[in-house]
Design a protein around this ligand. Sequence first.
Ligand code: BGP
Length: 472
Amino acid sequence: MLKLPKDFLMGGASAAYQVEGATKEDGKGKVLWDDYLEKQGRFSPDPAADFYHRYDEDLALSEKYGVQAIRVSIAWSRIFPEGTGAVEPRGVAYYHKLFAACAKHHIVPFVTLHHFDTPLKMHEIGDWLSPIMLDAFVKYSEYCFKEFPEIKYWITINEPTSMAIQQHVSGTFPPGEKGRFDNAFQAEHNQMVAHARIVNAYKKMNLGGEIGIVHALQTVYPYSDSPADKHAADLQDAFENRLYLDGTLAGEYRPETLDLVKEILIANNQPMFKSTPEEMTELSQAAHQLDFVGVNNYFSKWLRAYDGASETIHNGTGAKGSSVSRLHGIGEEKRPDGIETTDWDWSIYPKGMHDILMRIHDEYPLVPAIYITENGIGLKESLPENANSKTIIDDPKRIDYLKKYFKAIAEAINDGANVKGYFMWSLQDQFSWTNGYSKRYGLFFVDFPTQKRYVKKSAFWFKKLSETHEIP
Ligand code: BGP
């Protein structure tokens, strides 16, 4: 039987905007999503899981079911409602209370400083494309380091790549631009610069904690052995993974990586992103001081060569088979037959997890440790009509998914990858940016209208794994 190491940390993950609700409470400033979602009219970020008021209940459940650590994020706009300027003391007080509750329940918080929720005022001046926003983000981060010495694990930015691609290429995040690869690459480089400046500042402060970054890493494979499909996979990998792994874990962009990026931009008649030697020095210093990298891996992709115009259709409803991704200058996503998928077209492919962990181990030796900071499966789940407080939600598909992925993780550890912990996405059911409330990931079921919590069978499975470290 496969086992996880004795000190392997078992956690659950969340993000402020996806769980807190209370978007208009206690002086919180607006973020890029508020007006955008209201205008879209599909779903509201309130009440989400009402974590702003119910954190103690969720932490108590976590403690009971073997969750030893949680990923939470600080909403920048609760601390600085406009991104800069005056501090909102009620926001600061909330996070102190939350962290004290974590301590009370013996749960280690891993705290993300930016999880897709740029304050509106900063978004309006260009978001990650704005140097003013970069400075403001560094200042806010330094403020948090001083204000919350109780935090020992910090994460600078969640998934810089997904944010930039969804804002500027697929158009699924505000401002909803499509096909602007140049803006996406610039926004990603800028996020890496901000990340690096923050890591370097944190290390100078000598606070004794650890700091890392979280990447979305979808493993990319060629659809066939043809050289054209292999090249498409290389381009997609450079676009989604390689540039960021290079920038944050090696502290430099390798020439082969930059060649692939240039190829994408030339094919789209767009200019290369700009960087300065000073920025590259920051990147290098940060990579040499980084304590860990967080890996978010849910699915893998297969690419084949494609010559036409860019076309992307996002499956945001769970209509299986409805998503399309063909990017000009990169390639087309096309799964080989026989690969299982979820209703949202995410492949279930644990080998992809193993391969990405080994790639970090083999190609980025500067990184001391890896945490799986997100992994899990979104399912359509509902509450039985006769539910009562003892009702347990049956989620065999999630248990099956977890078993397969944990095996892949344990095998990577046996093969040498230094994976220190795992955070399941998600701790409780939450609000999803582009899918609303129907895509449930939680260990704990949230009945959104009443906000009552129900335990899922997977929580019992998780607890056993957390106690025994044996993967059944
Ligand atoms: C990651 C994000 C999370 C979360 C998760 C699931 O990219 O960091 O915030 O949303 O994906 O994605 P989705 O909600 O689209 O299913």
